[in-house]
Write a protein that binds this ligand. Sequence first.
Ligand code: AMP
Length: 409
Amino acid sequence: MNVFVLNCGSSSLKYQLINMKNEKVIAKGLVEKIGENISYLNYETEADNEIEIEEKINDHNKAIEMVLEILQNKEYGVLENINEINIVGHRVVHGGEKFSGSVLINEDVIKALKENIKLAPLHNPANIMGIEVSKNLMPHTPDVGVFDTAFHQSMPEKSYLYAIPYEWYKDNGVRRYGFHGTSHKYVSERGSELLEKDYKDLKIISCHLGNGASITAIEDGKVIDTTMGLTPLEGLVMGTRSGDLDAGIIPYIMKERNMDIEEIDQALNTESGVLGISGISNDFRDIGEKADLGDERAQLAIDIFCRRVKKYIGSYAALLGRVDLLIFTAGIGENAINIRKKIVSDMDYFGIELDEDKNNCRGKEVKISSDNSNVDVYVIPTNEELVIAREAKDVVETYIKNIIKGIVG
Ligand code: AMP
């Protein structure tokens, strides 16, 4: 069985074709700058064929059409025909409260997703577009939606409610939803496999540190808290997002700088975080280089980022009462040796001790804690596409079983 995983952004799409027999990626790639004067399409196969195309690609329909053609190309394709794609699995950012698990997409689901656009105006429209294009180009192939928010739906009310008028929750859906759910789910389950312990017996803190960043506390296989909130703006300091701040800053600075709602939203989402502090970049590689050369604001950005991560690890340790496993994943978590070191420095009080030699690694699945550490600390590269493919396969198989049992008409 082959699952085609699609992750559509507003002007980009990432795709992977995964053979579910052995969970190997047969082909994968990226289309960027869709709708601009020059777009880029990249395609790689398991057999090391690689193609780069540079031309104007008007829209997602054309982009997916081109990818499907390449997948069937006589010379470097991997499929005889399109029917060898058995399921399409779509990443959908915001499922709201309606979706606590992955779903087979039908007209009702698309309608519900459209109702959630207001909760994720930057992401959900592109995800819905991907689903509509897929239905158009592969009308006989089932589509499954896998939500970034779904894993976090196990959170208790005391974690997801904000201390605001209750009607804002009831009438307007204002609550903590959490994001990066597929990543936190993958690395935490993988962590329990590596420890050879039952997932439900473990208390886990999972740190997804990429351009967007979040931390999740997991107990009994359920999320008990996570740092992102109604939107992916809350919590950690990120590449360009502020993370937590005093809500009083917003009316104050809007008045002081004569800003409107769009401007403040834009500033907090795209001009803040380590970019805002350093004035250099949102990328830790650039900031690290400048900090090494003595740039004080670059060093400050790194210090503030690490301090916020440490603060949340501490507060989640307090909530969990014990930590068995601390995980680092995503671009920074997998690759930034010094950032990991800085975050877990002086945490022996919490039973966390790093082995510096083991920590000297990038992008690999490695235990980086010392033998004396009470908490196992791991780097686990995330694999959101594999979670989407597994979920998509499960949803379709369950649907078929239910038809056979006569549950679904
Ligand atoms: P992601 O959003 O998970 O793709 O992470 C992207 C971010 O990871 C980049 O913006 C960098 O800040 C960071 N990153 C990637 N590679 C490295 C590296 N070798 N050292 C430090 N940071 C890295």
